[in-house]
Design a protein around this ligand. Structure first.
Ligand code: SF4
Length: 310
């Protein structure tokens, strides 16, 4: 699969005019995969030397058919060129005719698609034995952002035999089994998520201010504090968004804080574009979440619904 990924990347770079967010998802068919991934094109291993070719639509990816792995990069190159020619921001924005044209260009004619099954879910952060002597150490960058300092700490780790980017916006390290627990603890101290029950995994967050000009609040800092406050209320999801665009998670969460002029619109059980139940400074919102946690409330509505949106 790494060779196929490199060939696909080269094919994409040769196509002028592709939208900047164009993404091809490639999954090798192992026990842990990409899961549900927001891509434009899909190449999923399906049997020995075969690859399923998929296209994104508004309602989920469609499987156009299978082709030999050695032909996959060429087919993607043709599909990408057709996509650039047709125009459109994302593949899912195209209508049925546009999809049929792209499928035909890639070699799938007549176009008789079926739903493309998602790849297996990604592995959770933690340790997995690879052999008697080595282990895989999977870590995630909080909210998908890795600072230069954190990367330097990874580079300075003693003992890691291999380091790769993981599908879950983190890193997969191959480490000696004898050092695995110590290295895991070191990466936890560096701020990485190293265990599946880390409360930050229940919270989505964008960069916010000052990284993004549309933000007015320090979103990752607020999201980390919110995750701690929310931890006792296991099972609830949250999203801290720098503005109503909701880049990190356009869908609904149990609690969505939407930044505006230095404070947050509070949306309950809705997306960033949802109707706010109230509007609060972050510290006030945090205090209410702590109260809900202390009272063992199963939902957040009672602590947020008494206010009138400001
Ligand atoms: S949601 Fe708004 S503030 Fe956050 S990254 Fe997107 S545009 Fe920027």
């Amino acid at each position: 699969m790494p060779a196929l990924a490199r060939a696909v990347e080269a094919a994409g770079l040769a196509v002028p005019g592709l939208p900047p967010k164009t993404l091809v998802a490639i999954d090798g068919g192992g026990a842990h995969g990409l899961g549900t991934v927001e891509a434009d094109f899909f190449l999923f291993a399906e049997g020995q030397g075969q690859v399923a070719f998929g296209l994104a639509t508004e309602t989920g990816p469609l499987r156009c058919g299978v082709l030999p792995e050695r032909q996959a990069a060429g087919a993607i190159g043709l599909a990408l060129a057709a996509f650039a020619e047709i125009g459109g921001r994302r593949m899912r924005d195209l209508d049925a005719h546009g999809r049929a044209v792209i499928a035909a260009v890639a070699g799938f004619f007549p176009f008789e698609p079926t739903p493309l099954a998602p790849a297996p879910a990604p592995a959770a952060p933690g340790l997995a034995a690879l052999s008697a002597d080595s282990a895989a150490l999977l870590v995630q960058a909080p909210f998908g952002r890795c600072t230069a300092d954190r990367l330097e700490q990874v580079a300075a780790l003693g003992g890691a035999q291999d380091v790769r980017l993981s599908a879950e916006r983190g890193l997969a390290l191959v480490v000696p089994a004898s050092r695995s627990a110590a290295l895991q603890a070191e990466l936890a101290r560096a701020g990485f998520i190293v265990a599946p029950d880390d409360p930050r995994r229940a919270v989505a967050a964008c960069p916010g201010a000052p990284a993004c000009r549309s933000g007015t609040t320090p979103v990752p800092d607020h999201a980390a504090r919110l995750a701690q406050a929310l931890a006792p209320l296991a099972g609830l999801t949250a999203h801290v968004s720098g503005c109503a665009k909701g880049c990190a998670h356009p869908g609904p969460a149990d609690l969505t804080l939407v930044g505006r002029d230095g404070a947050y619109d509070v949306v309950l059980a809705g997306p960033p574009s949802g109707e706010p139940a109230t509007r609060l400074a972050f510290e006030v919102a945090l205090d209410r979440i702590r109260k809900a946690a202390a009272a063992g409330l199963p939902a957040l509505d009672p602590v947020f619904q008494d206010d009138v949106p400001g």
